[in-house]
Design a protein around this ligand. Structure first.
Ligand SMILES: NC(=O)c1ccc[n+]([C@@H]2O[C@H](COP(=O)([O-])OP(=O)(O)OC[C@H]3O[C@@H](n4cnc5c(N)ncnc54)[C@H](OP(=O)(O)O)[C@@H]3O)[C@@H](O)[C@H]2O)c1
Length: 400
């Protein structure tokens, strides 16, 4: 369906909505501009309990969700008043979580290896050597809460030098279940006499930071590995809010790492890229021009239709499209599901049995892993589909 056809359909839906009640009308009139403008999202989740901690019925399954309203800044400052939070690693997550905690007024220090890219990035962000920027082991010695935000491969590599400093009374924090869950492969075995917790933001560190600056918050999951003090869960939730989470849902280290590795290899990144490539290649092989193949595969998806799914769900996106598009999509969706489900099952098995962890450790612990990634990303950049994308993006009115 072309963007024009979509706009026509959206305009028709908006005019039909003029006769409907106010709330519905507002939602539907937003349809015409839905990709660009936020709409009020109505949720089917039944909410009960006090604000802050809620039991939410997610499509029939009840789950506990914590909101940041339970942890206003004064309460965070009081709760962590005796803590020095040592953030180890200053990559994507270190940057986002660290700056958010600093802006929240907490006593945060950063530990990274001297002279590396992160050391310089931390200095650029205003961390001062000797005051709140230290070498990794020095920061761990000073900290009461140690946030291990090194890359997952580096967590494994540096564990022998870090472990001796994780002494009784400290808390160890991760943003991924990777290291402890796959401890046979990573050799990261957290001490049994300290609290070990997880807060995993569901997005890149850059988004953790940008949503915080906008006054919004990312959603994160939290989990407890060891609870020695009886306060581990509470501490995890408080830290989740401190690093910039809007709401936090419960998980376990195992469920977090399994779903995360699976999701990024699947629909979030690998699967969607594979699907784009397959569709684009067939269009090109069947004689379509590059711009047409790109528009029908990527541009319309990312600019028009996927934002509608994000705002109000799949049915809303279907409803915004022509009956012709809707009929075909409804018929073909089960075929894609059937074809892909075995691949997803194979992927899940490889995540759980550690194959994906081993692959990640082997690749990312190579000295030249950055150069090797760059080579692979260059190969993606050089693909016709993404070269076409670059030209198409230039044509967007806002880029002219
Ligand atoms: N990125 C995400 O979207 C995301 C989302 C949720 C959770 N997480 C999790 O958050 C954690 C941090 O991920 P990240 O993406 O922020 O990591 P990252 O950007 O890859 O950061 C890597 C950090 O590790 C340091 N490092 C790498 N090798 C090292 C070594 N051998 N010795 C000492 N330091 C080393 C780097 O320092 P140099 O600059 O000196 O190399 C850098 O500070 C991981 O557990 C990850 O799974 C990430």
């Amino acid at each position: 369906m072309s963007s024009r056809a979509f706009m026509r359909t959206a305009a028709r839906a908006a005019s039909r909505a003029a006769a409907r009640p106010q709330v519905q009308r507002r939602a539907l009139s937003a349809l015409a501009n839905a990709a660009a403008r936020p709409t009020v999202r109505s949720t089917s989740a039944a909410v009960s309990g006090v604000r802050g901690v809620q039991t939410i019925n997610f499509g029939g399954t009840e789950e506990i969700v914590h909101e940041r309203s339970d942890w206003p800044q004064e309460k965070l400052l009081e709760y962590f008043k005796n803590d020095t939070i040592a953030l180890i690693g200053y990559g994507s997550q270190g940057h986002g979580q660290g700056l958010n905690m600093r802006d929240n007024g907490l006593n945060v220090i950063v530990g990274v290896r001297k002279g590396g890219a992160s050391w310089n990035a931390a200095k650029d962000d205003g961390w001062v050597e000797g005051k709140n920027l230290f070498d990794v082991t020095e920061a761990i010695q000073k900290g009461t809460i140690i946030m291990n935000l090194l890359s997952d491969a580096a967590q494994s590599e540096t564990w022998p030098e870090i472990q001796p400093y994780l002494t009784k009374g400290k808390t160890l924090y991760f943003s991924h279940g990777f290291s402890p869950v796959f401890k046979e492969l990573t050799h990261v075995e957290p001490p049994k006499d300290i609290d070990v917790i997880l807060v995993a933001p569901k997005g890149s560190g850059r988004t953790v930071r940008s949503l915080f600056k906008e006054g919004r918050g990312i959603n994160s999951s939290y989990a407890v590995w060891n609870d020695v003090t009886g306060k581990a869960e509470e501490k995890a939730i408080a830290l989740a809010v401190a690093v910039g989470s809007g709401y936090v849902y419960q998980t376990t280290f195992e469920r977090e790492v399994h779903s995360d590795l699976y999701g990024e290899r699947g629909c979030l990144m690998g699967g969607i890229h594979g699907m784009f490539l397959a569709q684009y290649e067939v269009l090109r092989e069947r004689g379509h021009t590059p711009s047409e193949a790109f528009n029908e595969t990527v541009e319309e998806a990312t600019q028009s239709l996927y934002p509608l799914i994000g705002k109000n769900g799949m049915d809303y996106m279907y409803d915004a499209c022509s009956t012709t598009a809707r009929r075909g999509a409804l018929d073909w969706s089960p075929k894609f599901k059937d074809a892909l489900k075995p691949v997803f099952n194979e992927l899940y098995d490889k995540v759980v049995d550690g194959t994906e962890t081993q692959r990640s450790l082997d690749f990312n612990s190579q000295k030249d892993y950055r150069e090797k990634y760059e080579k692979e990303l260059q190969e993606i950049r050089d693909l016709e589909i993404w070269r076409v994308g670059k030209e198409v993006r230039k044509l967007r009115p806002e880029n002219q």
